[in-house]
Design a protein around this ligand. Sequence first.
Ligand SMILES: Cc1ncc(COP(=O)(O)O)c(C=O)c1O
Length: 426
Amino acid sequence: MGGRDFLSYRPRIEYQGKTAFGRNDPILKRVNQGWGLGMSNESNKNKPVPMLDVGRGNLPLKQAFLDAIERVVDSGRFLHGPEVTELEKTVAEVCGTRHAIGCASGSDALLLALMALDIEPGDEIIVPSFTFFATASAVSRLGAEPIFVDIDPMTYNMDPECLEESITARTKAIIPVHLFGQCAAMDRIHEIASAHGLPVIEDAAQAIGAAWDDRPAGSWGQIGCLSFYPTKNLGGMGDGGMLVCNDDAIAAKLRLLASHGMQPRYYHKLVGINSRLDTLQAAILNVKIPHLEDYANARRANAARYKELFQASQLHEIVELPKKQPKATHVWNQYGIRVPHGRRDSLKAHLQNQGIGCEVYYPVPLHMQECFSDLGYSLGCLPHTETAAREILHLPVYPELTAGEQEAVVEAIESFYMTGAYRRVA
Ligand SMILES: Cc1ncc(COP(=O)(O)O)c(C=O)c1O
């Protein structure tokens, strides 16, 4: 793991009370050889690079958005409008499922999925700890217990073998998360779940359009959960979510649960929640969804360009680049590098000082969150998760990012190592 473990193998030389670096130190070598990508042009310098710029993506579609909004305004059907049905149909096609059911957010999708499976207090649901909070909070909100498992350090996704070890008589479901746009190892997870007769809920909030072994994210499990939060690959102009599934009975139950369990009007079969995808939001997403594959391709091209830039500067020997698994169709919702040797936070500060947007997803694993302290986890329980939370740093990768901006990002990382800023451990 890790880029080359350079700080631990380099010979240390003490000189006038200060630690200098041996001749074989790769950083020093690069400096002596004339560090630099050699492609930098003045136009990259001092220009801020935002972590995300939703305005750039939306600008070319502005008139189409306004037309779509106008149609909804004129129709007055702000809820349950035909735009919602249209989006549900398209998302079902993208995910290769029979059904898609709109709801208010990805968080609600997870909650509704668990409700549809009748999860109740005392049940255990296996989830990764390295994920956004909503994956586990949905479990807790039903009084069930999230059982946190470790990740595969290469992919950051749930390690299927850790999953298998955590199954007990109380386990009622498994929620793998397709983190950063790459699917978890769904063939193996599916195999384990089937062997134990357990349903799988896929948290595909970050992975619409992704696939594992050519089977789309959301179509592997009993239920798939999607988010249209603005940072997602299909981002709306506010909150929104969707559930996908193949089973007719589960689909009907999800729809019922999302509308107060009400059928017909004012007659309640189940205690559900109110969770609807607004017609306006669906109308906006209908404008964007035909471009989903183009967005994913642009993200892929950006990830490939980062790889070239990091390799050209030999920084890939120092920081670890994200890896795509052979079976994964990756949609690169995020591009995370690993910064070893306790230097992640000082690199983040350095980049931010230079106007380079970067983020840490996620700095505190869920098993170490205050609200889950009563579950009895402690530091060291999930070592790969904890290391990832300490080392990962996300760089801009959105579709409209320019090549010049990517060069600026990599040059700023180079300057961190070149100026010696990296020696100051945060
Ligand atoms: C992995 C994951 N699960 C669930 C969610 C929740 O989605 P939403 O923000 O739409 O509620 C998110 C979004 O942030 C997420 O990244």
